[in-house]
Design a protein around this ligand. Structure first.
Ligand code: SOE
Length: 393
């Protein structure tokens, strides 16, 4: 399709820090590598600080900027709001955008509470103008993860028995690492549980095609007070003399049952020295196993138990072949992809769904399902790890 024939999608992005930069990269790059049925236009970026958002617009490639997100709803040249702000603002912005008939891409976790996530899901279900909503559980779009989903869906792992998931980081393992909004319950909702535990809940539900039904959880805060940061770049900030309280969990572990009979163990922490962004998922079923580690994100390990014990063994699949999900648009085999590519794939899939008039996934209902698991873990942890059922509709 010639470029001028495809309709445009005016994007307005709220927030321009770490996630905003990753999303900007995706909006910029997606139409240059993928043939898209709609042309995204980086129409406006929004942030409260005028000079800072003006600078970000120029640096990240946005055509204009605003200091109030409500302005984006009034603009006819904005069709979609990309919400890259902390969790405490997601519900208000997303619900208003959907009511105004704008599509929404909202960063994870969907919200800070189940009630907010429910309201957002209702808003998505009743949005005028065919507006659609999607939550940004971006790691689903890592090619090796998408391949893992395919392998499970093809029945190659058989009946699922074990789901083992860890999300390990170390950016606050240093007790002097400064406070960021991610350590403030009012803003972030929870700590490691919502920030990174949410990802492994979504990923395991996505790969298995199953839902977590009950949990027993444990939350811990190791460091209760930290220096207040003056400046932040990505996850790291410069500390001043002032100190403030940490009001979220530093680590979360929980056991889980899946509806299909599998049992799971989950661990999310930002205190695992040496582990930078280690999302590790291992699945064992009646016919085989899968293993993935984001720190080696182009690789998926697959064990096929039907091969027998003499020559059987874990197969290291380099997920960079054109047959693999998303790869054909990129480089020759072995020319590996990185963190930012999954954000590009997210844009590609979102646009594909919008043009087809389909519900993009993960939907707000999927985001709500994750929120309910997080909520059950919190309730369980508050009740001495009592077995707690995950709410359903
Ligand atoms: C910080 O822990 C963080 O940036 C998370 O907020 C992201 O969701 C995760 O993907 C990377 O780490």
């Amino acid at each position: 399709m010639a470029e001028q024939e495809v309709p445009r999608l005016g994007v307005g992005m709220v927030g321009y820090a770490f996630m905003g930069a990753a999303h900007s990269q995706a909006w910029r790059v997606a139409p240059r590598f993928f043939t898209l049925p709609m042309r995204p236009e980086m129409t406006a970026v929004c942030g409260r600080n005028g000079p800072a958002v003006e600078e970000a617009a120029a640096r990240l490639g946005w055509a204009s900027w605003e200091t109030d997100w409500r302005r984006l709803l009034e603009r006819d040249d904005v069709d979609l709001l990309d919400v890259c702000t902390p969790g405490n603002t997601h519900a208000e912005i997303a619900i208003a955008a959907l009511a105004a008939g704008k599509h929404v891409l909202c960063e994870k976790p969907l919200a800070n509470t189940v009630a907010e996530a429910e309201a957002m899901t209702r808003a998505a279900a009743s949005a005028p103008n065919g507006a659609k909503a999607m939550v940004g559980f971006t790691y689903r779009r890592v090619p090796a993860i998408a391949l893992a989903r395919q392998i499970v869906a093809e029945g190659r792992i058989g009946t699922l028995r074990h789901v083992r998931a860890q999300y390990l980081q170390d950016w606050i393992a240093d007790e002097q690492a400064p406070l960021s909004w991610r350590l403030d319950r009012e803003v972030a909702g929870s700590g490691s549980l919502g920030d990174i535990g949410a990802h492994i809940v979504d990923l395991t539900q996505f790969i298995t095609g199953d839902r977590i039904t009950g949990v027993s959880g444990l939350l811990e805060t190791f460091v209760h007070e930290r220096p207040v940061a003056s400046e932040f770049s990505g996850l790291h900030g410069s500390a001043g003399a002032e100190r403030g309280p940490v009001t979220v969990d530093d680590a979360a572990v929980f056991m889980a049952r899946f509806a299909g009979g599998a049992i799971g163990t989950f661990e999310a922490t930002r205190f695992a020295w040496g582990r930078k962004n280690a999302i590790r998922i291992e699945i064992n079923g009646s016919r085989g196993s899968l293993a993935f580690d984001f720190e080696d994100m182009n690789v998926l390990h697959y064990f096929d138990a039907t091969e027998g014990s003499r020559l059987g063994g874990f197969r290291r699949i380099m997920v960079t072949e054109p047959e693999h999900p998303y790869i054909a648009a990129w480089w020759p085999a072995g020319h590996v992809l990185g963190y930012e590519h999954a954000f590009t794939h997210q844009v590609v899939d979102l646009i594909g769904a919008l043009v087809a008039g389909e519900q993009p996934t993960p939907s707000f209902a999927d985001g709500l399902a994750v929120q309910r698991v997080l909520d059950a873990v919190e309730r369980s942890a508050a009740a001495d790890s009592t077995w707690t059922l995950v709410a359903t509709d």
